[in-house]
Structure formats: C-alpha cells, structure tokens
Write a protein that binds this ligand. Sequence first.
Ligand SMILES: [Zn+2]
Length: 516
Amino acid sequence: MRKINIFDTTLRDGEQSAGVNLNLQEKLEIARQLERLKVDIIEAGFPAASKGDFQSVKQIAETIKHGSVTGLSRSVQSDIDTAWEALKGGAEPRLHLFIATSPIHMAHKLRMTPEQVIEAAVSSVKYAKRYFPIVQWSAEDACRSELPFLAEIVAKVIEAGASVINIPDTVGYITPKEYGEIFDFLRKNVPNIEKISLSAHCHDDLGMAVANSLAAIEHGATQIEGTINGIGERAGNAALEEVAVALYIRKDYYKAETGLNLQEIKRTSNLVSKLTGMTLPANKAIVGKNAFAHESGIHQDGVLKEKTTYEIISPELVGVQSNSMVLGKHSGRHALRNRVVELGYTLSEAEINKLFVRFKELADKKKDITDDDLVALIFEEKFDLFKEFYQLSSIQVQYGTNQIPTAVVVLMDGQGNEIQEAATGAGSVESLYNTLERCFKTEVKLLDYRIESVSGGRDALAQVFVKVRVNEMETSGRGTAQDVLEASAKAYINAVNRVFMIEKMREENQKVVIKN
Ligand SMILES: [Zn+2]
C-alpha cells in the first residue's frame, strides 16, 4: 500500500470561505481535533497576512505535537522571515511557498515575465531552505499553465531544495483525466522528481475536487490537500473525509492508504461545521445527516437482513454513534467531567465549574442531557471570547397576533455600562434585532438566519446561526439557548462582537505598522 499524506488547509483555505472568521480559540480547537484525526500536515494560516494570523499560526505550531504545522508564504523574503518566526517553535516546521505560473496570472497579476517568475521562485526556495527543513512549493494556477514551462520551473525549484511540489487547480477548472496527465507529464519530464513528493490541491467549482484528487493519486501524487467538509472559497476545496474514506473503501482499486483515524471524522466534521457556521447538506457524502439513512422499503429490508446489501460504509467506521450517552439532573461533576473528556474536549477546572453550573440549570428544565446538548454548552462556555464587547443581560419580547411586536433589551458594553433600548418590528425576531441595532448604534444588515434544534424533543435547545454585514464586513454568529428568541439575540450579538473584534485587531495592527 502506498502511503498518502493528508495536508489539511481548513484553517487557511477553508477559513477563506465567505463569512467565516474564526478566532484564535476556535482555530486552536480545530487544530487539536485535526491532530486527533491524525492529519499529517496542518496549514494553520498565512502568517504575513496580519498580526492576528501570525499569532494564531504561532500558537497552533507550538500546540501541535504530532504532525507538521505549515504556513503559506508569498515568494518574498519578508513573508518567509515572518513565517519562520511563527513556525519555528513547531514539531516539524515546514513552509508553503507559492507563485503563479499560468500566462494569465503572470501577465496580469504578477506583471512578471516567465524568466522573472523562475528567478523569484528559485531564490525564495533557496532563502527558505536556510531556515526550514521542509519547503513545499506551489505553482498557483498550475492547471492553466503551459506544461513545458511548468516542468522547467518545477525542475529548478527541486534543484533549489523544495521537497514537496504542489500542483493546484486554483480555479477548479480541470477534469480528472487532464489532471492525471499533468502529473504524468511532470513525472516524465522533470529530473529527480521521484525524490520529492507530489501534491494535489483541488477546488470544487465543477464538483470534481475529490475525483481530481483521486485521479492525482492514481498518477503519482503522494499528498492530498483539502479541507474538512470541503469548505473553502467559492465552491470550496476537496473534502478530505471523502478522499480518505474512498481510499479506505476502495483500497482494492487505489492500493493506497492514509494515516487518518477515520473514527474521528464525524467529530471533526461536526466541530468545523459548528464553529464556522457552515452547515452540511443532509445528503453530503460520509458526514451528511442522511449519509447512512435507508429510506426505501426494499433497501431497509435488505439492510436489516444483511448490512452490506446496500451499505458500503458502516457508520461506525467514521465515528457516527447510534446511541449517545445521556446525563440527567442527578449526574455529578465527576460524570460531567468524564463525558467532556470522552467527547474530546479539553477544559480547564474553572471552565468545568462554569459548565457544571450551566449543565445543572439546563437539567432543571430538560430531562435528558444528550451529548449534543453538552457540546452546545461547551461551545457557549469555551468560545464566547467576546465578553469585552457586548453581553446580553436580559430581553423581553411581547408578541400577539393582534399587536405590534415589541422588544426591550438590556446589554452590557465592554466598559461595564448598561445599555437599554426598545423597538418594534413586523415579527418578534425583527423587533429584537431592531432593538439590538439601536444598542450597537451601527447599521447591521442581516444576510441569513437559521434555526435548528440541538437534539430531538420539545424541550430541546435552540441553536441559531446568523450571517450579518456591518461596516462592509461579513461575518457569522451563533447562539444557543432553550428559548428561540434568546438564542436569536445571542447569535446576533456574537456576530456583531466578531466584527468589533476584527476591527479592533486591525487598529492594533495598524499601530504596529506605524511604529515600524
Ligand atoms: Zn486553494
């Protein structure tokens, strides 16, 4: 069996999805889960992009003990220096350098001749090799590049010291057959190519990212880049869980395997979906809600008699649990702590104590506390990092079919001042959001609003996801509560707080720039 390395870019390419702005705590949690999933390489961000990116890449590099943490870098020395500062504390530092190689990108974006591009690529790889034991080099827009030129530049960067060569389909344009042919061409025309690792990076604009990645494996790629749930810019990246399970289920055909712990797939998928606010379609392969649901009578009958009649993947393989453990009113702190650990979360003693209080409050109102409920509470406790901005004190909403919905909201701002406002709206959520907008004293445009129940039952927790635009910035927010209006208010405040947090960081970054 050939070993295929899994390069996860959920925190870099995935985080570039429209409306996704993860904070440091959220990124760290995803990185830790990727470590449990046993991905080989975590691309933690683009260190030179901003001070915030630098900090998160640095912290992730210092946190991850098993596997390599990498960061993206343009082919300029200052980017490489910054990346080294961020990554040098990692277990296995590596750099991901890129430069565009297609005629269209070289002429219009870089405004460089092909010779200048080769020169920049070679000198940046040489420069990076002074620091980094492993340098990965990417030909941006490789699939629209001229093949002889691609082979020439790849040969030269290998000579300069690159040990991984990535061939990205940046714009999601290639077909599986053509993509395979590019790998064949390079393997035939680049000297020393057998000494390095070839990598595939595919986008899903035409729905072929996973198929293209698998084609690359058939034609010599030994590394696949992608994201959890296939999130990413536009139509997203190759979904790593699909690539990994396809290789596992069809090992007879591909004769290749990953080192992933497949049983962590479901948990990783849930975490990424919740923290990014990007929900999955029910029919999504491997991790969708219906991926293992057999609806037709004939199929159900078949599966009951013998699972493999219609089921090619067992839910247990990817960590889908049919019976989740239930805690209740009489469960103690010890049982709670055990369950939190079993669910894969790391909480400090202080966080456990706060969680226990929330758990008891919920257990008074709700008979069975499921794993999903517990995860929702953990998220509220662990990822609510915006307390320095607005916090909800109380809401009151009046609604009746014959009256104008009216809301009264009390918030605390970062300085501990109380803000109280009231407003009306056409519905109760609208009245609430109109009131909150008054509290924020800034225009908030609601782009999307979704509500779902955390588990089944009438007493289930409500989880609200919103997408908003404030000051030209799009961001998402989430809130959980037993009441739908309270969850709605929390989601809105969470989204707006996220915008203020980003703006504040930007201000701080600018200050740093001026100081320099
Ligand atoms: Zn990409």
